[in-house]
Design a protein around this ligand. Structure first.
Ligand code: NAD
Length: 260
């Protein structure tokens, strides 16, 4: 379906981003990978995508907290592949503390990486999409784009911002063949969440499994994690022709988290 198209997935060296890059590659898209990690491991991922799915894959080390590097990455994607057709804004970080104890540098980093990076990438990518009259922009928000949790002031503010940004871009590009949607996952078991489980287990003396169940049941009626592959499958659907009129939406995939 996406054969001949190119997808850029930010933060795709791990977790949801990697699963989404794999799902888009399986559907035929060429892939620009991005994110931090061990050089050799990333090269293994890149070469593995090419081999497994018969597509072309490149890697950009752009730091999503740096506007200039984001613009360069978008330009490099268009130059390498001829177009950027599917943009998945996924890179994200987390930090938890009450607002009065929240370090200012953590606030700045989370707003830069989890929110402003999407402004910069969309700003750079959308002119080409509009010109070609086809584009899919998918912003990985969160249940925290729709509701709050204590101790996550920067994350919740950034994710609510992403949902707003999604709507504006959708409205602006509505008649240019470009859609823009947000995906709002609940708990997905990735390294980002594993760190939170480990911290809980350490603080409470629970076993990792007990901490896992406690974490899930606090928020989700469904006591199981969403798989990163499920987010990838939703991104593929939103990139399909069947989803051509879905725009400006915030898709929950959260085990019932925000239904309560
Ligand atoms: P992860 O930690 O497994 O992956 C994060 C990715 O972002 C990595 O590839 C990392 O290298 C990259 N990254 C971090 N900072 C970067 C920077 N400055 N520049 C470039 N890349 C950077 O996390 P994940 O759980 O897969 O999360 C991915 C996205 O999904 C995030 O936006 C997160 O907020 C969102 N999300 C996750 C969950 C969950 O339960 N895991 C739930 C809802 C939303």
């Amino acid at each position: 379906m996406l054969k001949g198209k190119t997808a850029l997935v930010t933060g795709s060296t791990s977790g949801i981003g990697l699963a989404t890059a794999r799902a888009l590659a399986a559907d035929g898209a060429n892939i620009m990978l991005n994110g931090f990690g061990d050089k050799a491991e990333i090269e293994k991922l890149r070469a593995g995508l090419e081999k497994e799915f018969g597509i072309k894959a490149k890697y950009s080390p752009a730091d999503m907290s740096k506007p200039g590097e984001i613009a360069d990455m978008v330009a490099a994607t268009e130059k390498e592949f001829g177009s950027l057709d599917v943009l998945v804004n996924n890179a994200g970080i987390q930090f938890v503390a009450n607002i009065e104890d929240f370090p200012v540098d953590k606030w700045d980093a989370i707003i830069a990486i989890n929110l402003s990076s999407s402004f910069h990438s969309i700003r750079a990518a959308i002119p080409g999409m509009k010109k070609r009259k086809w584009g899919r922009i998918i912003n990985i928000a969160s249940a925290h784009g729709l509701v709050a949790s204590a101790q996550k002031v920067a994350y919740v503010a950034a994710k609510h911002g992403i949902v707003g940004l999604t709507k504006v871009v959708a409205v602006e590009a509505a008649n240019d063949g470009v859609t823009c949607n947000a995906i709002c996952p609940g708990w997905v078991l990735t390294p980002l969440v594993q760190k939170q489980i480990d911290a809980r287990a350490q603080a409470s003396g629970q076993s990792p499994r007990e901490a896992e169940i406690a974490l899930l049941s606090e928020k989700q009626p469904m006591h199981q994690f969403t798989k990163p592959e499920n987010i990838g499958a939703l991104a593929v659907f939103l990139s399909s022709d069947a989803a051509a009129s879905i725009t400006g939406s915030a898709y929950s995939i959260d085990g019932g988290w925000v239904a309560q």
